[in-house]
Design a protein around this ligand. Structure first.
Ligand code: ADP
Length: 371
């Protein structure tokens, strides 16, 4: 299932994970054969659950840890013998890890001083970096006197001040409240656009990943499940894991009855016959999971969505601001969720109403069966 990025010889990519394994002790396997390419100037996000291996991958990129086997290449050369301080990579962690005894300015000037930049030049550049993250008035404050979001901005300024080739960010917004995280998200995106450096970013939050990234790699159990643009992963997941991790979806289990590429027929375990796009199935008789996103379900559809249309009862309606989440119950017991935009609010049905629900076969993807 794991997708290898290795379609070329790697000359175009800046960083390349080649079959990287990482084992801790006897039985913790943090990475199991990770293959991933990162291209110059892109914003690539590792998106996956806690424990998936994202931090381990970033720690190895930074040079704070080493693979058990496999290799990481930078411009085609192995990083194995290059210590962290000789990699020109900036690092931002969730914990921020600022020096408590230095001011914001001192923290940001530090990596420049380490690189032999004169004191006056380091201060000048540190001020510019702090300006960029809107912290100019707070340069003399120590971390303990800064709010969480301000501390994270200092960490960001410190990571970019020495013009690194790559910035590594490990869940930098996870500890911030939602409003602040959204503002920081915008700033991170702007900084990346301005500086044009390569960013490898880790998060568990798919909306954050979608908002920030040029490409996303879905990470699970130490391996890459799928890589692609946010749109491709959301609209064209190749496996059920990716479909679920990228956003809400209706997942229906069934058995393939016929396969005539690119389409297939599936009988759901609850009896309905569904036409779907065959993505990741093994022919007639195979088990599959169908994924159809809630915004692709049409309540009381027109004639054009035949043949996937079924009678249903509205069991619940939840107002969600920009849309209403409509819970539907088919006579067989199948439950579905549809998102109906509130801009089209004259929906013409209410709780307990009898409706039809339908969806296009092109929006319904037949994916791998449950393990
Ligand atoms: P993520 O960043 O996606 O949450 P991690 O890379 O932190 O995942 O962890 C991957 C797995 O490796 C987890 O099972 C974690 O407990 C384990 N792990 C990470 N670092 C260590 C370590 N230093 N020693 C032992 N196990 C570790």
């Amino acid at each position: 299932m794991e997708e290898s990025d290795a379609q070329d010889d790697g000359r175009d990519c800046l960083l390349r994970f080649v079959d990287v394994h990482k084992q801790y002790g006897e039985d913790v396997i943090a990475l199991r054969g990770m293959n991933l390419d990162v291209y110059p100037g892109e914003f690539l996000t590792l998106l996956g659950p806690s424990g998936g291996g994202k931090s381990t991958a970033l720690m190895m990129l930074a040079g704070f840890d080493t693979p058990t086997s496999g290799d990481i290449l930078y411009k085609g050369q192995s990083l194995a013998d290059i210590p962290a301080h000789r990699r020109n990579f900036g690092v931002v962690f969730q914990s921020r890890a600022l020096f408590p005894h230095l001011s914001a300015l001192g923290n940001v000037a530090y990596p420049l001083r380490m690189r032999g930049v004169s004191r006056s030049e380091a201060v000048k550049r540190a001020r510019e970096a702090l300006n960029r993250v809107h912290l100019a008035p707070l340069v003399s404050k120590r971390p303990a006197r800064l709010a969480a979001g301000e501390q994270q901005r200092v960490a960001l300024a410190r990571a970019m001040v020495f013009d690194p080739d790559v910035i590594l960010m490990d869940e930098p917004l996870a500890a911030l409240d939602t409003d602040l995280a959204i503002r920081m998200e915008e700033e991170i995106r702007q900084i990346h656009e301005d500086l044009e450096n390569t960013v490898v970013y880790a998060t568990q939050d798919h909306t954050e990943a979608i908002a920030l990234s040029d490409r996303i790699a879905i990470i699970n159990a130490g391996a890459v499940q799928q890589t692609g643009t946010p749109e491709a992963l959301y609209e064209e997941p190749q496996n059920a894991y990716t479909a679920r991790f990228m956003g809400e979806t209706n997942m229906l289990q069934g058995t393939v009855t016929s396969h005539d590429a690119p389409m297939c027929q599936v009988t759901l375990d609850t009896g309905e016959e569904v036409t779907a796009t065959a993505i990741n199935i093994h022919g007639a008789g195979a088990r599959t999971r169908l994924s159809v996103r809630p915004e692709r379900l049409v309540v009381n559809p027109g004639d054009d969505v035949a043949p996937n249309r079924f009678r249903a009862k509205v069991s619940e309606m939840n107002f969600r601001g920009d849309h209403t989440l409509v819970h539907l119950l088919l006579p067989s017991g199948t439950r579905l969720e549809a998102k109906v935009p509130n801009a089209q609010a004259e929906v013409g049905f209410g709780p307990d109403g009898d409706v039809e629900v339908g969806w296009h076969a092109r929006h319904c993807r037949a994916l791998d069966p449950p393990q």
